[in-house]
Design a protein around this ligand. Structure first.
Ligand code: ATP
Ligand code: MG
Length: 297
């Protein structure tokens, strides 16, 4: 995760995908209320960082998030300040308001799969919400369900949070608002995506608040991207088995195939991705962007 040398900025943090920089003013002091959020081309699967990187992935994530922030702006304010960024990171960076981030990964599910499906099979409910009998992998839920998790440090796993745990962390009012907004974002996302032949099965968003405590919740980080969401092609949707999706599917499928020669359970690092897997993964990210926005990447 090599930090770039960006004139006028200093590196402050690197997450799995994004690198954060603080602007430095003419007086040499760090500007306290702004961050430069740079999306890299890194891709992780099964908790391993893949090599090589996926060309254009950072630009796709950045442009798609900006597009969604606009589509959602009447529902929720967002952290975007400007896209006037250093040339070296042009197209894959945004200047944002530096927020105090809530310590909750705000997840909503419109369709049942993954961790939600496992919990339903065990308990008949997901995050305390009782669901109808007979749902299968890929079933549409009667309405979006809020299924928050902890925000674990890099290298650790996020864990499900009960409604009581979320309230203890955020207070009852903020917890209710985070739940409402997260479900509303997914519902609006699905209304728009449906016109483009895509189902958004589930998504994760992050909210922050202004450090001085003024104002309400602000949508931060990224929104409704293939990294934060499961996108399914609507025409292939068929409950009862795993759905093809627009995210890391190619990488995961290749890694677990005999072609890769990788024994995931043995604990060693995965092999280098072959060029065709890199190219197909890039193409999927670009296709998701183009289908959703109707724009050419
Ligand atoms: P993941 O997204 O997979 O859960 P991550 O935290 O490693 O993990 P990245 O997207 O790589 O994610 O890193 C972005 C980091 O920037 C996150 O820690 C996120 O909370 C933080 N962040 C995003 N927007 C803001 C903001 N406006 N103010 C402060 N921090 C922000
Ligand atoms: Mg993130």
């Amino acid at each position: 995760m090599s930090a770039l040398d960006l004139p006028g900025y200093t590196h402050v943090y690197s997450g799995k995908v994004r690198d954060l920089y603080a602007p430095v003013g003419a007086d040499g002091e760090v500007v306290p209320d702004r961050l430069l959020l740079v999306a890299s081309n890194r891709l992780s699967a099964y908790d391993w960082m893949m090599s090589p990187e996926i060309p254009d992935k950072g630009a796709v994530l950045t442009r798609l998030s900006l597009w969604w922030f606009d589509q959602l702006s009447d529902l929720v304010p967002n952290h975007v300040v400007s896209t006037d960024v250093p040339e070296a990171v042009g197209g894959r960076a945004v200047l944002v308001r530096k927020l105090e981030m809530l310590k909750v990964e705000a997840i909503a599910r419109a369709y049942l799969t993954g961790g939600g499906l496992e919990e339903y099979r065990e308990k008949g409910s997901v995050s305390g919400v009782v669901l109808p009998d007979g749902l299968v992998d890929g079933s549409k839920l009667p309405e979006p369900v809020f299924t928050p998790t902890t925000k674990a440090p890099v290298g650790e796993h996020d864990l499900p949070m009960s409604p009581a745990e979320v309230e203890a962390e955020l207070g009852a009012d903020v917890a209710a608002e985070v739940s409402r907004l997260t479900r509303a974002i997914l519902a609006r996302g699905n209304e728009i995506a449906a016109q483009r032949g895509i189902l958004i099965a589930d998504t994760k968003v992050e909210f922050g608040v202004s450090p001085d405590g003024s104002g309400g919740l602000v949508l931060a980080d990224e929104v409704l991207t293939p990294d934060s969401s499961r996108f399914w092609p609507a025409e292939l949707w068929e409950p009862g088995h795993p759905q093809p999706s627009y995210d890391k599917q190619f990488v995961r499928d290749w890694l677990t195939s005999t072609d890769s020669g990788w024994d995931r359970k043995a604990g060693g690092p995965p092999p280098e991705l072959p060029a065709h897997v890199v190219e197909q993964t890039r193409a999927k990210y670009v296709e998701a962007y183009e289908r959703l926005t109707g724009e050419t990447f």
